[in-house]
Design a protein around this ligand. Structure first.
Ligand SMILES: [Zn+2]
Length: 438
């Protein structure tokens, strides 16, 4: 059953069995029901909705207490969107479990697969902004809202319901389809003028063979190409920005296919590399423009799964210098901190294997210095991003303390020595990240 249906059954059952207190139930009933929006969204969607509501009533223990129209449909309309997906829930992704697992910090962290759902009517009250001033962090069963920016007294607190790094039109569409509103946040009022929507380079100087990429798209993914063909005759496209939009749509679509079909890690890497290769060859898609960063993240995960830590580390380095600072300007942005923690761990693994350290491109890098400063950066930001008592924060601080002890035990001037070698190491590390392709 779809997770929104299962979630609604859970709510019905906990209510009938008295697990949910009256106050909690009232709080839940205070949430916006989008039943009229769902009704207005088309006949087939509405009949799907009614069918799923009947399923909820049938499989829950509330047949005597609840009616279909009066209760169950209202409950379902609060938790689901018109596609029958979860709306008022926070979907916990595997990436967040990386923060939750406190006993072992695993390198094979996430594939961004949905892991579970959390419903908190209080948090569900927070409005959305594509440039939010707060962020949700999970730690076991605790949920906290942490600030991304300084928030003045009485200023509204915004969180984000979607990935804020996506281009303007994708954000608008997703918010409209899933949450029924037109976003007019401070970022959206600027339309498609920001970094998320900018192609780099001169459109006239795009490589001549960009048409070939559109051709590749048409040949390799007939389903997607069919959609494109309906709107555009590819041979007629002589506008390079339009060609880039087609390539971007194809890349988004291909990444989604990899997710939906649950490819094996080896197959994921090959497919993601191909997507990134096409984006790179256009010479117009900056590495920080979506879905390039998502693709690279996917690659880091699948290389880690395959225990190819050197390649995972290489792409993590690219993200560290050229992607995250642009997508997440705050150094304490929780996603940036989690990515950096993952990079620090990967660096530690790579540093213990001589064959990687002797790699021609990494020979000049002082891995001891690199590991130390990467962990230091994480530890310097993690209280702000995750909170002092967060188990992930505690774990990383312990790891750093242990590392410092190991590195400085025999030598009183060790920290000074590390400091002297810091700038040179960083130059080499950045140079290495420059050359990572695609
Ligand atoms: Zn917005």
């Amino acid at each position: 059953m779809p997770s929104a249906v299962r979630a609604a059954i859970q709510i019905v059952n906990t209510t009938t069995h008295g697990v949910l207190s009256n106050a909690e139930w009232e709080e839940f009933r205070g949430m916006t029901s989008h039943i009229e929006d769902i009704k207005a969204s088309g006949k087939s969607r509405w009949s799907d909705f009614v069918l799923m509501s009947m399923g909820i009533l049938h499989y829950s223990s509330a047949k005597e207490k609840f009616t279909l129209e009066e209760d169950v449909q209202q409950i379902f309309a609060r938790v689901s969107d018109m596609r029958g997906q979860c709306q008022s829930f926070l979907v916990l992704f595997a990436d967040q479990i990386f923060q939750i697992l406190s006993n072992s910090l695993t390198l094979i962290a996430s594939t961004f697969d949905p892991l579970g759902l959390v419903l908190d009517p209080f948090v569900a009250c927070a409005n959305h902004s594509c440039d939010p001033n707060a962020f949700i962090v999970m730690d076991n069963q605790h949920l906290s809202m942490r600030s991304l920016k300084a928030i003045a007294k009485d200023e509204e607190i915004f969180i984000s319901y979607i990935d804020t790094t996506y281009p303007f039109s994708r954000r608008q569409t997703e918010l409209k389809e899933r949450f029924f509103f037109d976003c007019k946040c401070t970022k959206c009022v600027q339309g498609s003028t920001l970094n998320e929507d900018r192609w780099t380079g001169d459109p006239r100087r795009m490589p001549k063979n960009w048409k070939r990429y559109c051709q590749v798209i048409r040949d390799t993914d007939p389903k997607f190409a069919k959609d494109v063909q309906e709107e555009e005759d590819l041979d007629e496209i002589n506008d390079s920005d339009k060609a880039m939009s087609i390539i971007q749509d194809w890349a988004f679509h291909s990444l989604k296919t990899i997710h939906d079909k649950e490819f094996a890690p080896a197959k994921i890497a090959v497919n993601v590399e191909r997507i990134m290769d096409v984006l790179a060859q256009t010479e117009r898609c900056p590495v920080y423009r979506q879905p390039y960063p998502s693709a690279r993240h996917e690659l880091v995960q699948s290389y880690s799964h395959k225990a190819n830590f050197f390649l995972a580390w290489s792409h993590g380095a690219k993200t560290y210098f050229y992607v995250d600072p642009l997508l997440y300007p705050q150094t304490h942005h929780p996603l940036r901190v989690v990515h950096n923690a993952n990079l620090a761990m990967l660096t530690l693994v790579v540093s213990t294997d001589l064959s990687w350290r002797e790699h021609p491109e990494t020979k000049e890098i002082d891995f001891g210095v690199l590991v130390y400063y990467l962990f230091l950066e994480v530890v310097a930001n993690i209280e702000k991003s995750h909170g002092k008592d967060n188990s992930f924060a505690k774990l990383l601080k312990r790891k750093f303390d242990q590392l410092t002890t190991d590195m400085t035990r025999a030598d009183r001037n060790a920290v000074m020595k590390l400091e002297r070698r810091r700038d040179g190491t960083w130059r080499q590390f950045r140079k290495f990240a420059d050359d990572v392709y695609p």
